[in-house]
Design a protein around this ligand. Structure first.
Ligand code: DX5
Ligand code: ZN
Length: 217
């Protein structure tokens, strides 16, 4: 499949959120990536339901919601009601991952599972049939604008091989430090969905940067 681009709103100017979302609507972006941080699972707190409600009203792109929160099971239905099309939870936050991803799908969303940079890929071995996407963190989650972790390319190639051998149709998303200089190599390593925050919203031409990310590959 052609790859997808999901700009991460975390790097946007929240003082002019309507204009930032209008830019994403006009752009070649496929999804809009939204980072929910609780200050417990990750050291930072981002935004919650009141902001999401507004984003959902304005966005014409499917909402790709990345939960960096403990005990996400408590909120699955609320995120669905807030407009999530894709809901991604962290493996490290889910003691009953199979139940969690089944519930996400039962409520009509695509289910994603994210791995922190140090988490072995093998933990996903028995999960592939029940999910739509794996989100490989290429920085330690919690902040935008961090440096891409170099050994992520090998990690993605290994994951692509595991997924292909499993025979399941599972997308790979990357998140953290993605820009127009490393995106092509990521796609060649087996990535399907590029998330990019800082490199899009802090560029001189955010819409043009999204187009560049979309035209690679
Ligand atoms: C980090 C978030 C990312 C973040 C990426 O914890 O999950 O989505 O917005 O930002 P950049 O592209 O700036 O690394
Ligand atoms: Zn994210």
């Amino acid at each position: 499949m052609d790859h997808l681009v999901s700009p991460s709103l975390l790097a946007a100017d929240f003082g002019r959120l309507d204009k930032e979302i209008a830019m994403v609507n006009r752009s070649a972006a496929d999804w809009l990536h939204l980072d929910i941080m609780d200050g417990v699972f990750v050291p930072n707190i981002s935004f919650g339901f009141p902001v999401l409600k507004y984003v959902n009203l304005l966005s014409e792109k499917p909402l790709d919601i990345h939960l960096m929160i403990v005990d996400p099971d408590r909120y699955i239905e609320r995120f669905r009601d807030s407009g999530a099309s894709i809901l991604t939870v962290h493996y490290e936050a889910c003691p009953h991952l199979n139940r969690t991803v089944n519930e996400i799908r039962r409520l009509g969303m695509k289910a994603g599972v994210s791995l922190n940079p140090h988490t072995p890929l093998s933990v996903l071995e028995w999960v592939f049939p029940y999910i739509d996407m794996v989100l490989i963190m290429t920085v330690n989650p919690g902040y935008g604008g961090q440096e891409f972790i170099g050994n992520s390319f090998a990690r993605i190639r290994a994951l692509r091989k595991m997924i292909n051998e499993s025979g399941n149709d599972v997308m790979i998303q990357v998140d953290g430090g993605v820009d127009t200089t490393n995106a092509k190599k990521l796609l060649d390593s087996g990535v399907d969905v590029l998330v990019a925050g800082t490199s899009v919203f802090e560029s001189d031409d955010p819409e043009g940067t999204i187009r560049k990310l979309k035209e690679l590959g």
